[in-house]
Design a binder for this molecule. Structure first.
Ligand code: SIN
Length: 488
């Protein structure tokens, strides 16, 4: 049997590549106990953006995507993605995703921050990502060309003559296995888990990005990290449940401890202003010592049908969002930057492809529009898989070498790094703070791939002294006032 294409990661992007690559054999390699488990896709609440309403248009979706992205986007890529969206919704329905419909059978279209129209479809209310992952996994399990290997870490890439042609995986018992590949696809998701507060799962730690960069692939836009304004504020915890923006689309309002509306006078779209605007407003209020809460008590909705995930997460922590405002905090949510790829997902390293959040094709610009990420994962995953199904993949020639990720930071240093990045490279940055953090990362945090990735991200942020999109960098930021330190 010919060597497979190895796909590292099994969120919606990796799964879409796998399905579309038929009949080429693919091997899905993932960390979780099964495909899709532990992926950020599975946690995605927001939905899937598509101009489906007759009063809406692809052009309007394009315009909102470019505005959110601060016009830093690759315009051709944005046009392609938004034009794809309605057909991708229909395709997902054919694959078994039941998008929510009203009593008359019409798809329900919601609104989220930065959208000037109702164009977000959901499945199972705020459990959209889980519904899409479930459908794609079910399909993949029926496909003879898809094999899977779960519960393993990819710790090295094999290069032959400068071409990626295999991976080495580490099993739970520490044993290593080498796997030859016709090509390697990174679909490992983002790096939110390198920040002290994130809506991402623990596995979104940037390992795939760090490995690709170590192997010599070029990066793009690493400085652009999106902070979601409303994660459940659980002090001392890194991975926080998301409180979906769809709640604000349904009328919830951000208030401070005194009940004052936080977004009044800040932006014409109010509570539905682009995510970076809302996240900064929440962050600044917190830095002034004000509590921030999301008041969703006036929403007239069947919570169990529309917001089951948020309801369950809040109830688990003793908050009933139907009657009590929800304490919220910004949290690292999405990395717009990543492995630089072309429109098809080719990286600068022959044989290495990337797709989804780990990749950067420029579509999200400096700040992703809400609910464009599941869309990107499915559309770009399908595009790459279709390419791989047919393309001639030249056999790698030459001596084989292994490029290893290397050791990670010990737990204490990793926690310090997370605090450092949160303080210096969070929703509000300053050149001095970034410089300070870079020096600490280089000299004090210790050896580990997470520190190398943080250095690359901080250096990219320092090369952009002016604010753009989610990278908000001001000369004299008002807080934090204490000098940066890695100690707690
Ligand atoms: C949300 O539900 O608020 C997040 C959606 C997204 O990340 O696009």
């Amino acid at each position: 049997m010919s060597e497979p294409i190895v796909i590292v990661g099994s969120g919606v992007a990796g799964l879409s590549v796998a399905l579309a690559a038929a009949p080429r054999p693919v091997l899905l390699v993932c960390r979780g106990p099964g495909e899709g488990e532990g992926s950020a896709s599975r946690l995605a609440q927001g939905g899937f953006a598509a101009a489906l309403d007759p009063a809406d248009s692809v052009d309007a979706h394009v315009a909102d995507t470019l505005t959110a992205g601060a016009q830093h986007n690759d315009v051709a890529m944005v046009r392609w993605l938004c034009a794809q969206a309605p057909a991708r919704v229909e395709q997902l329905e054919r694959l078994g995703v039941a998008f929510d419909r009203d009593a008359a059978g019409r798809r329900q279209l919601g609104r989220e921050g930065g959208h000037h129209a109702a164009r977000i479809v959901h499945a199972g209310g705020d459990a959209t990502g889980a519904a899409i992952v479930r459908a794609l996994v079910a399909q993949a399990r029926q496909c003879g060309h898809v094999r899977r290997q779960a519960g393993v870490e990819v710790d090295a890439l094999r290069l032959r003559g400068g071409q990626a042609c295999g991976v080495r995986v580490r099993h739970a018992d520490g044993s290593l296995q080498e796997i030859d590949a016709q090509a390697v696809v990174m679909a490992t998701g983002g790096m939110g888990a390198l920040f002290a507060r994130t809506s991402n799962p623990p596995g979104a730690d940037g390992a795939g990005l760090a490995l690709a960069l170590t192997a010599g692939a070029q990066a793009r836009d690493l400085e652009f990290v999106q902070f979601h304004p409303t994660a459940l504020d659980l002090p001392g915890r890194v991975n926080l449940p998301l409180i979906t923006e769809a709640l604000r689309g349904a009328g919830a309002r951000l208030v401070d401890g005194a009940g004052r509306f936080l977004l009044d006078g800040v932006h014409p779209l109010g509570d539905l202003a682009p995510r970076d605007v809302v996240a900064r407003t929440v962050w600044q209020a917190q830095q002034q010592g004000r509590r921030v809460l999301l008041d969703a008590t006036r929403i007239e909705a069947d919570w169990r049908a529309r917001f089951p995930t948020v309801l369950a997460a809040c109830l688990e922590h003793g908050i009933d969002p139907r009657t009590q405002p929800i304490p919220v905090t910004p949290a690292a949510h999405f990395h717009m930057g990543g492995i630089a790829v072309d429109a098809d997902g080719r990286s600068s390293l022959p044989g290495l492809f990337a797709v989804g959040e780990v990749a950067c094709n420029g579509v999200h610009g400096a700040n992703r529009l809400a609910s464009n990420s599941l869309l990107e994962g499915v559309a770009c995953g399908w595009r790459l898989g279709t390419l791989l199904a047919d393309v001639a993949l030249p056999a790698a020639q030459g001596e084989s070498t292994w490029c290893a990720l290397g050791a990670g930071l010990p737990a204490v240093q990793l926690a310090q790094l997370r605090r450092l990045l949160w303080q210096a490279a969070g929703p509000l940055r300053s050149p001095a703070g970034l410089q300070d953090a870079l020096q600490i990362c280089e000299n004090q945090v210790g050896e580990g791939w997470q520190a190398r990735l943080a250095v690359a991200m901080l250096a990219a942020a320092l090369r952009r002294p002016r604010s753009l999109g989610a990278h908000w960098c001001v000369e004299n930021r008002s807080a934090p006032s204490q000098p940066l330190a890695i100690a707690s």
